[in-house]
Ligand binder design. Structure first.
Ligand code: FAD
Ligand code: ZN
Length: 466
């Protein structure tokens, strides 16, 4: 039987796409990666995923798993060879169960993150994973990339929220590891092997995730700081005063917010012109009034200590949403502005001010006029340190000519400070060479051994990560 016939037998005629406009599957969200699939296959169940993988294994055909296709490192689209099968998980979109007493949710990989947040909220519970792509990204993609987002400070990355997985192996076997256990020391942790594996070790078909009670109130505040040192001082003050109530601490550089103002002029900008703006989020078990009072005391102390020069506390849910909207609009405003050179780096929080001062200076010396769209999850030591062409220069050309050299400047500076060149977006195709060059050789050889053991034919997302 030909591969196409086997795929049709596995998922039905209508769910194997080979012609027409397949760009939604073949091109990534940033429109940087374009490929051509041998076929787009859309299974509707775990058993169908397993049948697809068995067919591909039998034909020696590579498979690229895809969820919401919002990944930022070129890992979710096929290459240009026309030989890879694009496996879309979007039809695996059922919530299988919600256990209120155990505080867990079991859902299929293609569920859109926002849908799952809503399913939990409908029962008074919180799925504490949130990122700007939540309206399109899927649970499977979140797990495969170990996504971070805006609540890592309190709840950890997707890995910390995952209790169990269902996975289809490269050979097409199904592993049912959907436990809702918080303790299970029965040998190697296979779950953690698949989380963050970017589709290279197996296909995630479902997961059991941790939930938490919905807080009584979520409030936000915005603070203007003159320096990154001020932002770090504010972070430590907020940690001391708010404890586990501090659920978000996002920093936004002036140019990042200038881009938002340019492309989304209708959004409010409460503290214009500050070199650094911090968005703080507090989740409170008591209610809004005590939370707001706690914020006010914190910000008074910060003003007194001199780390903040101006601040506002959101007075309503609508205002809170508007402040988050500002933060979440930065990636979109960047996309409107044109291509830039993106870095998703992490550093010890204490090293961030020094890192930025040194790296800003190194970049400016070599590329005068270069602009930095610098924003991110300061509470996690994670910056999106993006380099935009000097004014008047074409972003695409700047990227083509200087991306490699800019990356080396930034990543060498990251290494000097003991940081990571990929904090939350992963490796994909974009950073594969960087991984080979910068990861410890012993770590690389263990990674290769794991890949060889789980995918001996090298069919799962080839050319990605390793
Ligand atoms: P895809 O893009 O479809 O796939 C990503 C990778 O996972 C690919 O390698 C793919 O092969 C693999 N994969 C997908 N599904 C499966 C599966 N079921 N089994 C095995 N492998 C699979 N990321 C963050 O971490 N934090 C952020 O704050 C953040 N903000 C973002 C904001 C915007 C506007 C955008 C566009 C992206 C952002 N991202 C962020 C990146 C991206 O959204 C996340 O990586 C997300 O988790 C990817 O989910 P997805 O379903 O779109 O996966
Ligand atoms: Zn991020």
């Amino acid at each position: 039987m030909s591969l196409e016939a086997a795929l049709r037998a596995a998922v039905g005629e209508a769910q194997v796409l080979t012609d027409g406009d397949l760009s939604a599957y073949e091109q990534d969200w940033r429109r940087r990666w374009h490929g051509r699939a041998r076929a787009v296959v859309r299974p509707g169940s775990t058993a169908e995923v397993a049948a697809v993988l068995r067919a591909c294994a039998a034909h020696g055909t590579p498979v690229v798993p895809q969820g919401g296709n919002t990944g930022l490192v070129g890992g979710s689209v096929p290459d240009g060879s026309g030989t890879q099968v694009l496996l879309s998980l979007q039809r695996l979109n059922r919530v299988r169960g919600l256990d209120e007493a155990n505080l867990t949710l079991t859902a299929e990989a293609g569920c859109v993150l926002q849908t799952l947040q809503q399913a939990a909220a409908a029962r008074g519970l919180l799925l504490p994973l949130s990122l700007a792509a939540e309206g399109s990204c899927t649970l499977g993609g979140n797990l495969a990339t170990n996504a971070g987002g805006t609540q890592v400070l309190r709840w950890g990355n997707t890995r910390e929220l995952c209790l169990g997985l269902e996975v289809v192996t490269a050979a097409g076997e199904v592993w049912d590891g959907l436990s809702g256990l918080r303790k299970d020391n029965t040998g190697y942790d296979l779950r953690d092997l698949f989380v963050g594996s970017e589709g290279t070790l197996g296909v995630i078909t479902a997961a059991t995730m941790k939930l938490a009670p919905q807080p009584a109130a979520v409030t936000t505040a915005l603070a203007a700081c003159d320096s990154l040192d001020g932002c770090v001082a504010l972070l430590n003050l907020a940690r001391a005063r708010l404890g586990a109530g501090l659920t978000g601490f996002e920093v936004m550089g002036r140019f990042a917010l200038d881009l938002v103002a340019r492309h989304f002029p209708a959004l409010p900008r409460p503290l214009p012109g500050a070199p650094w703006t911090v968005l703080l989020e507090q989740s409170d078990v008591e209610g809004e009034a005590p939370a707001r009072a706690r914020f006010e005391h914190l910000l008074e102390a910060a003003l007194e200590a001199g780390c903040v020069h101006d601040a506002v506390v959101a007075e309503s849910l609508a205002q809170s949403r508007a402040l988050w909207h500002l933060r979440e609009s930065i990636p979109l405003a960047q996309a409107e502005e044109g291509l830039n050179i993106k870095h998703d780096i992490s550093l010890p929080v204490s090293a961030i001010p020094r890192f930025c001062a040194r790296t800003d200076a190194r970049l400016a010396a070599r590329w005068p006029g270069v602009r930095l769209v610098n924003f991110g999850h300061l509470g996690d030591g994670n910056l999106h340190y993006n380099v935009q062409a000097p004014p008047g220069e074409d972003g695409r050309r700047f990227l083509a000519e200087h991306e490699h050299a800019v990356n080396q400047v930034v990543f060498d500076s990251v290494a000097d400070e003991g940081g990571s060149f990929s904090a939350e977006h992963g490796i994909g195709a974009l950073k594969r060479d960087e991984l080979a060059a910068r990861k410890h050789p012993v770590a690389l050889s263990m990674m290769r051994a794991i890949k060889q053991a789980l995918d001996p034919q090298g069919l799962l997302n080839p050319g990605r990560v390793l």
